[in-house]
Design a protein around this ligand. Sequence first.
Ligand SMILES: Nc1ncnc2c1ncn2[C@@H]1O[C@H](COP(=O)(O)OP(=O)(O)OP(=O)(O)O)[C@@H](O)[C@H]1O
Ligand SMILES: [Mg+2]
Length: 247
Amino acid sequence: MSQALLSVRNVSKSFGGTQASRDVSLDLFPGEVLALAGDNGAGKSTLIKMISGVYTPDNGEVSYLGQAITGKNPQEVRDLGIETIYQDLALADNLDVGVNLFLGREKMTKMFGFLPVLDRKLMREEAKRALKDLGIVVNDLTIPVSYLSGGQRQAIAISRAVYWNAKVLIMDEPTAALGVPEQREVKELIHRLKGQGVGIIFISHNLTDIFDVSDRILVLERGRVAGERLISETNDDEVVKLMMGAA
Ligand SMILES: Nc1ncnc2c1ncn2[C@@H]1O[C@H](COP(=O)(O)OP(=O)(O)OP(=O)(O)O)[C@@H](O)[C@H]1O
Ligand SMILES: [Mg+2]
């Protein structure tokens, strides 16, 4: 097998008296979709936040292409090529698609030759191209993203990851708030990125989605790894049992 894109080794994290993550390890390989499943509060979001730099693990290590990245901040982790789409979609509602694509990495230009301002035109043109490349249709790129549908917003968050050449894409509940056609679009995008060698961590409560898009599944139960299976070698019943800690 090729080298892991991402390796998590024995990470743990407590919040006060709650042990949200206990001794969790995982590997993610290029072109692979790894599902993270588990009941509410099982520690899924906490785990990915230790990868994306939002939290530093109390113990354990995270490495990317063989280099330790434990303790790096979210911007440093993003700059390395690990993009995370959080449960509470990280788009800036009042800004347009172009500016959202460049959030935290805005392109500037000079007004009157000296006054630094956002180069909205350039960002919009880049956004138009990025969305077109992914087959995403947004008619008006000048309106604030709050006017877009959930699926379009999700697609923009994904195109941002693609535009910045993410090698790892982490998606926390990407389809939870979407209608059926939009869910299909997001799953289609996941397939396409996978084909380009991106490694994807996909968190979902929806077993149908998990079985549709994933290669492997890691089940968490009260912060601990309850089991890891190839999708081709498991089924709903077994996954649910693992989630309940009954396997
Ligand atoms: N910042 C925090 N402060 C205190 N407790 C937290 C914090 N973040 C998470 N927890 C606790 O850690 C546990 C795991 O939470 P986490 O958000 O990782 O679960 P989850 O698997 O993502 O759940 P869900 O499916 O509901 O999103 C929960 O008991 C939660 O209350
Ligand atoms: Mg969560």
